[in-house]
Design a protein around this ligand. Structure first.
Ligand SMILES: [Zn+2]
Ligand SMILES: [Zn+2]
Length: 457
């Protein structure tokens, strides 16, 4: 098989892997790079022959995995598009929202090529998406190519436990097999249960490495971390401050809301209004509606009933007094022009307020710069805000939706591939995995595939 990493950058970037297997081509994921703009944020589709791609499979509905899907479909117009049935319920919302964001960026930041696709185009394309169940094998190669009656390669989605609908992909050919982790979580989150990647064996493994540079804290438990967060929120509210939890709309929002509902149910936090974003609201409703179909904990929890949720619109935000409020709001990395960015800019200078991170923030994003800044000192938050002084409380809570590095390393051993591709991670994260895999499994070949480079495996 031949594998091409289409991520335009060397960091986490935009996920997109082209697989060539026994005369067939499968594109796995079509993300956009969260830090790059315009055409530069897209995967390197141009490096691949247009007509020869049989299928596109999407691991989950985060932007770095699905944001370029309509562009990919324009390039590879014959390809069928597959995703899990839970992703199928989410994907259109994600992509329509992304059209809105791009339109706003065109107006506010003057990025002329935006939007990269339109609402009308999306409506047309989405009617061709195929919804698949977890743990079912189906043929993905173009029907016309199999006229010799040979066996077509198959694809199977396995529950990745990362966000609603997230999947790893098992690809089986006549002679070779490949497994792609997508984004994976090997431990239970508050809502979603751990990945079900049991008994996965493959010749080639493509894996995420998000947390490769993160050393596990000794004695860490998720429950203790949840209560540490609860105590911190309580302290901030008590001193008249507000609490901002910057999150992604899909997955992080619902997990954090579930954490708050538990803390409120047990009396650790007083019940009060919680502000969320419009898109966060939509996905919260889908989490509630699909509770029975999801491999999850707390399946009787309906976030919308358990909590007093209010959607925060721009107008309300502008005039709002920031005393004793809780915000669970986008974006997770506090990208400019998002409510989390605007709130943080207002909160960061005052000691009574608290900003609590509960997920990954790229060091080069406003969130990452805020994390890195020293208390009491000035730092540049974003080009729009310029320098700010960091006086608010800030902390980082480890409630990740990504596997710990030790768990992933063990998984590599179980899958027992002859070749491993390290992706979806910053340089130090990939380096840690490369070193560890070399030491533990010395026979495996390891590739940190560079953008646009094709590797025979
Ligand atoms: Zn993800
Ligand atoms: Zn991702």
């Amino acid at each position: 098989m031949r594998i091409t990493n289409l991520n335009p950058d060397k960091d986490i970037g935009a996920s997109a892997w082209m697989l060539e297997l026994e005369g067939h081509r499968l594109l796995m994921d079509a993300g956009v790079h969260p830090k790059l703009e315009g055409h530069g944020s897209l995967p390197l589709f141009k490096a691949v022959d247009k007509l020869d791609v049989d299928a596109i499979a999407i691991s989950h509905c985060h932007h770095d995995h699905v944001g370029a899907l309509p562009v990919a479909m324009r390039h590879f117009s014959r390809a069928h598009v597959f995703m899990t049935d839970l992703s199928f319920l989410i994907v259109e919302r994600v992509l329509h929202n992304s059209v809105n964001v791009m339109q706003r960026q065109k107006e506010e930041l003057g990025i002329q090529e935006y939007p990269l696709y339109t609402h009308d185009e999306l409506d047309e394309l989405s009617s061709t998406f195929t919804a698949c169940r977890y743990n079912r094998q189906f043929e993905w190669a173009a029907y016309h190519k199999s006229r010799t009656g040979g066996v077509s390669p198959t694809l199977e989605f396995l529950d990745a436990g990362h966000a609603l609908g997230a999947a790893g992909m098992m690809v089986r050919g006549k002679k070779q097999t490949l497994f792609y982790t997508g984004d994976v979580c090997f431990h239970d989150q508050t809502i979603l249960k751990a990945a079900r990647f049991d008994d996965v064996k493959a010749d080639v493994l493509i894996m995420e490495t998000t947390r490769g540079a993160r050393e596990p804290k000794p004695g860490f438990t998720r429950d203790a971390e949840i209560h540490r967060l609860g105590d911190a929120i309580k302290r901030a509210l008590k001193r008249g401050g507000s609490v901002l939890l910057p999150v992604f709309a899909l997955g992080r929002t619902q997990e954090i809301l579930a954490v708050l509902s538990i803390l409120m149910r047990e009396g650790s936090l007083k019940r009060q209004q919680i502000f969320i974003g419009g898109l966060g609201r939509v996905f919260t409703e889908i989490y509630d509606l699909e509770a029975h179909r999801t491999h999850r904990n707390l399946s009787s929890l309906r976030l919308d009933e358990a909590l007093e949720l209010s959607v925060l619109d721009r107008k309300t935000l502008d005039g709002m007094k920031l005393n004793g409020r809780i915000f669970v709001i986008t974006a997770g990395m506090m990208t400019e022009k998002t409510p989390a960015h605007e709130l943080a800019a207002r909160m960061v200078g005052e000691a009574r307020h608290a900003i609590f991170f509960v997920g990954y923030a790229d060091p080069d994003s406003p969130g990452g710069r805020l994390k890195a800044a020293k208390h009491g000192e000035t730092f540049v938050f974003s080009p729009g805000t310029g320098e700010l002084v960091k006086n608010c409380e800030m902390d980082d809570f480890d409630l990740s939706a990504h596997a710990n590095r030790e768990e992933l390393l063990e998984f590599v051993g179980k899958v027992s591939p002859h070749t491993v591709f390290l992706g979806h991670g910053d340089e130090p994260a990939r380096a840690w995995f490369e070193q560890q895999i070399r030491a533990r499994y010395p026979k495996m070949k390891i590739h940190q595939a560079q953008p646009g480079v094709t590797i025979e495996a």
